[in-house]
Design a protein around this ligand. Structure first.
Ligand SMILES: Nc1nc2c(ncn2[C@@H]2O[C@H](COP(=O)(O)OP(=O)(O)OP(=O)(O)O)[C@@H](O)[C@H]2O)c(=O)[nH]1
Ligand SMILES: [Mg+2]
Length: 306
């Protein structure tokens, strides 16, 4: 008689340099688009959670901001959230972009892995963008010289190739434990934060240079009626010129951001949405601790209170 496998449960943080594909991997692992994704670095600004429950295990993933030098209060806050995500975890997933060499930045990030002192899986992502398999192998062979990882997995988070293997390697490293959350629980993040992030993602996709970094979004009101949910949100920028860009000619840009965000919200929240967007200039918001706290989903009390 085969012995029934004991259930495993625990936490796995996903870390790496900006733009490595951490959030894309989180979404692929969960099978749900929880974290926003963009080609601009520092898309993820705070640690966020996503839970996967399988018949044999429950993994609480923590997606984190990219590891970078922190020179401003906002960047320091982001890096604090990366460091906090290394505490009391069972497994680390270190994501590296397969197109990139092991630079001093990567070595700095590996130093954080060493400090965390937990089994770490090296994920070589974006292999679909590398034409020669020998290059992938060559890069994989470099990593053990820097750190002894628990597993080395080449993947494409975008196509899904190799993602199941990452999941299985994580499960192997989890302790025997019972479920932390009910089966249908996928995240602690409040709906209003998820909605604000969906809006921010559409702005990141449409804007360039300094604008993506200068944008913050807060949901102001959230009103559920039997037929639809009314959401109003404010897009904060730092300068008048950025406001002009976000609004666009005759409001065209804001309209397309609003439409794209609304369609995604309707699908995610399975309801009709009426979305109203405002754009405000708030100079220097990145240096205002109180405002940064307002943006933090952990500080958002409840989902629907005003
Ligand atoms: N071709 C390809 N692109 C990918 C893959 N994974 C992620 N990307 C793209 O890489 C960019 C960055 O992806 P993200 O998931 O936002 O990266 P991240 O590591 O979370 O970035 P930050 O939150 O800014 O640290 C996006 O344009 C993704 O679509 C992959 O496997 N293949
Ligand atoms: Mg991210």
């Amino acid at each position: 008689m085969p012995r029934r496998l004991a259930f495993r449960a625990g936490t796995a943080s996903i870390i790496g340099l900006p733009n490595a594909g951490k959030s894309t991997l989180l979404n692929a692992l969960i099978g749900e688009k929880l974290a926003i994704v963009s080609s601009k670095p520092q898309t993820t600004r705070t640690a966020l959670d996503g839970v996967l429950t399988t018949p044999s295990a429950q993994i609480v993933f923590v997606d984190t901001p990219g590891i970078h030098k922190s020179d401003t209060p906002y960047n320091q806050k982001m890096m604090r959230s990366v460091r906090a995500s290394l505490d009391s975890i069972d497994v680390l997933v270190f994501v590296h972009d397969a197109q990139r060499v092991i630079s001093t930045e990567v070595e700095g990030a590996i130093a954080l892995v060493k400090k965390a002192n937990v089994p770490t899986i090296l994920v070589l992502n974006k292999t679909d963008l590398v034409d020669d398999p020998k290059k992938i192998l060559g890069l994989l062979e470099q990593f053990p010289k820097h750190h002894e990882f628990a597993a080395y997995v080449p993947i494409s988070a975008q196509s899904g190739e190799g993602v199941e293997q990452v999941r299985d390697e994580i499960i192997k490293l989890l302790p025997r434990a019972s479920k932390i959350y009910p089966d249908d629980h996928i995240t602690q993040m409040p709906s209003r934060f998820l909605a604000a992030e969906m809006i921010r993602e559409k702005i990141l996709a449409e804007t360039h240079q300094e604008v993506p970094h200068a944008v913050a979004v807060l949901v102001d009101t959230w009103e559920e009626t039997p037929k639809l949910t009314k959401i109003s949100a404010t897009i904060y920028v730092e300068r008048q010129g950025q406001k002009t860009i976000v609004i666009g000619q005759k409001g065209a840009m804001l309209k397309s951001i609003g439409t794209a965000a609304r369609l995604e919200m309707e699908e995610f929240f399975s309801t009709k949405i009426f979305l109203e967007l405002f754009v405000k200039v708030r100079p220097d918001w990145r240096n205002q601790p109180e405002f940064l706290n307002e943006l933090d989903w952990r500080r958002m009390t409840g989902e629907r209170d005003e």
